[in-house]
Ligand binder design. Structure first.
Ligand SMILES: NC(=O)c1ccc[n+]([C@@H]2O[C@H](COP(=O)([O-])OP(=O)(O)OC[C@H]3O[C@@H](n4cnc5c(N)ncnc54)[C@H](OP(=O)(O)O)[C@@H]3O)[C@@H](O)[C@H]2O)c1
Length: 311
């Protein structure tokens, strides 16, 4: 390992939301970082960050990207339109390839951000797939860490943006049956803090830890709080039905996101998504931001770059 690559940290998903934020954070601490992208021309990284071109599904470029890395962040998912349509199989394939290549390259820890797991993990294909990826990565490199989160609240987070766009565009909010399900969203700054600290925390090695914000909210309450913080009045109308397959197509059109992304996200809302325990607090000791602070911060950043019509 050369001096330049000592302790190198590979960040996959660097063109994405979480990966992009993490690259900036790690580089800001002067840690050696390599950003992986399928198309590096779409990357916008700070000076000093290495860039690697690789595709996790085909495996092209992966060996070179992982060479000399002590840590590899796994921040990709395959929720995009594809010929075979089976995102779970694609996710499994990508994780198996990544795990095996990372182990062969001598990576000490893969750090993965997945989703909280509902009590009945059979219920959402998306969450089941996130869990399968976790198991594959922890098996491949046993010193790895999986962090499980609910919705990350941030201006660029797809799930948060979907909620804000709905509130922005609909005066009457039709609430399906899942509006009573509860979860604990996390502030983007806290999620990034957990990710950045993980390789430095021996107590997190070989573990799967739930990371959740301090507020337990039903999805209905979450939407009402966001509307309140956006300064708009919205009328909730209970439907008493789930309607996910049909409703996700309508929601996708309203929020202008691909149905392949919206449907699995909406399916995840059909269950309580709560942390198993507070073990992460014992390991990291972070003081977490409230839901209201997270939303205020995200809306502030959003409005500094693009208009938020409803406000
Ligand atoms: N956002 C949330 O609320 C949230 C909550 C809990 C957990 N998470 C987890 O956080 C992780 C990242 O999510 P995100 O919100 O940052 O997603 P995102 O913005 O959609 O980013 C996904 C990234 O995956 C990359 N990617 C997809 N297929 C790839 C492939 N074959 N090879 C290489 N890269 C590939 C994409 O690259 P391209 O730009 O080339 O498409 C993109 O950079 C996921 O594991 C997700 O489950 C997110």
């Amino acid at each position: 390992m050369s001096r330049e690559t000592e302790g190198m940290e590979l960040v996959t998903g660097a063109t994405g939301y979480v990966g992009g934020r993490l690259v900036v954070r790690l580089a800001g601490e002067a840690r050696p970082v390599r950003a992986l992208a399928r198309d590096p021309s779409r990357l916008d990284v700070p000076a000093g960050v290495e860039v690697a071109r690789a595709d996790l599904l085909s495996g092209a470029g992966l060996e070179a990207a992982l060479e000399g890395c002590a840590t590899a962040y796994y921040l990709v998912h395959s929720m995009e339109a594809a010929d075979d349509g089976d995102f779970a199989a694609r996710e499994r394939r990508a994780a198996e390839r990544f795990g095996a290549t990372a182990r062969a390259a001598g990576v000490e820890r893969i750090v993965y951000l997945g989703g909280l797991v509902p009590r009945d993990p059979r219920s959402s294909a998306h969450l089941r797939s996130r869990l399968a990826v976790e198991e594959i990565l922890l098996d491949a490199v046993p010193g790895s860490t999986a962090l499980r989160a609910s919705i990350v609240i941030g201006a660029r987070s797809s799930s948060f943006r979907m909620l804000v766009r709905l509130i922005e565009r609909l005066r009457v909010l039709p609430f399906p049956a899942w509006h009573e399900r509860r979860t604990q969203p996390i502030d983007e700054r806290d999620a990034i803090e957990y990710l950045a600290r993980t390789p430095l925390s021996p107590a997190a090695a070989g573990r799967s830890l739930d990371i959740a914000g301090p507020d337990v909210l039903s999805y209905g309450a979450m939407v009402e709080r966001i509307a309140e913080l956006m300064g708009v009045a919205r009328t909730p109308v209970g439907l008493g039905l789930s309607l996910t397959p049909a409703a996700s197509a309508v929601v996708a059109a309203i929020v202008e996101q691909p149905p392949e992304l919206v449907r699995p996200l909406m399916e995840s809302l059909e269950h309580d998504l709560l942390p198993r325990d507070d073990a992460a607090h014992g390991v990291y000791g972070l003081r977490l931001r409230s839901f209201a602070r997270a939303v205020e911060h995200a809306l502030h950043e959003w409005e500094s770059t693009e208009p938020l019509a409803a406000r």
